[in-house]
Design a protein around this ligand. Structure first.
Ligand SMILES: Nc1ncnc2c1ncn2[C@@H]1O[C@H](COP(=O)(O)OP(=O)(O)OP(=O)(O)O)[C@@H](O)[C@H]1O
Ligand SMILES: Cc1ncc(CO)c(N)n1
Length: 268
């Protein structure tokens, strides 16, 4: 076995309650056996009931964190989560190509609680400047509808929107998450050639804080290990489903997922 350790980087916001953002990403990287690094964009005062406060770091400090990593350590895969404003996006857009590594973008717009996490004028920048750099972009249905300006109500709509993101916006691939569908938890991915669906039964729980962050972090971890995208998503779907099935009933609101739950479940 090689002793080269896969190194994954997350560029995202901090969630003080530990279930989403940077904290979810690092816990997931650790669980999936890759070395995790982080560049902080914003600090949120947040818990399972909502977001109580937000402080954005200056673009210069985000650049300095990226440079510190870039000049010293190889990055095998990178993901972005909460990027609140255009100043941050400009710094990140300049840095991503330099990593020469798979790039997973979770286009975070609102928290599970409904609180907004991105400034309205930054949304278009995200779509136009950052999506074309992605290996895969992972919107939920609301984010995909915002990006494509299409109504998404069915799995057929999800397939069309995923194609639109690849052919219209230049994403490497688009994975639309169906966590908010009424029936099963069906995700749809289009990679420029083929449409794939990843489906599990819906787990009846309110404890879904950080599901999106955790899922995209798992994809990043598997890509850092050199897995092809479809296998990385397949394994990540298994990981997030276990994490939701064994989610923690912590706090008064939507509790966090269990980042070590995969240890409790034998892979089918
Ligand atoms: N109740 C559930 N049961 C099973 N799978 C779920 C459930 N809720 C979400 N998922 C799955 O979790 C993953 C994340 O999807 P989701 O749509 O929740 O992302 P998100 O809205 O970006 O998350 P977040 O709430 O963190 O912003 C997807 O694979 C989705 O199908
Ligand atoms: C910091 C942060 N990033 C992303 C999300 C989306 O779940 C969140 N709630 N908080």
């Amino acid at each position: 076995m090689s002793n080269v350790i896969p190194c994954a980087l997350t560029i995202a916001g901090s969630d003080s309650s530990g279930g989403a953002g940077i904290q979810a990403d690092l816990k997931t990287f650790q669980e999936l056996k890759c070395y995790g690094m982080s560049v902080l964009t914003s600090v949120t005062a947040q818990n399972t009931t909502g977001v109580q406060g937000v402080h954005h770091l200056p673009g210069g400090m985000i650049k300095q964190q990226i440079d510190s990593i870039y000049t010293d350590i190889r990055v095998d895969a990178v993901k972005t989560g909460m990027i609140a404003n255009i100043e941050m996006m400009e710094v990140i857009a300049e840095a991503i190509p330099g990593f020469q590594a798979p790039y997973v973008m979770d286009p975070v717009m609102v928290a599970t609680s409904g609180d907004p996490l991105i400034e309205p004028e930054a949304r278009d920048y995200l779509c136009q400047q950052l999506i074309p750099m992605t290996t895969v972009v992972t919107p939920n249905i609301a984010e995909a509808a915002f990006i494509t300006k299409e109504k998404i109500e069915t799995v057929a709509d999800m397939k069309e929107a995923a194609k639109h993101m690849v052919h219209g916006f230049g994403a490497g691939a688009a994975l639309i998450k169906g966590g908010h569908l009424q029936e099963a938890a069906i995700d749809v991915m289009y990679d420029g050639n083929k449409v794939y669906t990843f489906e599990t039964d819906r787990i009846p729980t309110k404890n879904t804080h950080g599901t999106g962050c955790t899922y995209s972090a798992a994809i990043t971890a598997y890509l850092s290990q050199g897995l092809p995208l479809v296998s990385a998503v397949e394994r990540s779907k298994h990981y997030i489903t276990a994490a939701i099935r064994h989610a923690f009933d912590i706090g008064e609101g939507n509790g966090p997922t269990n980042h070590w739950a995969i240890r409790e479940e034998v892979r089918q």
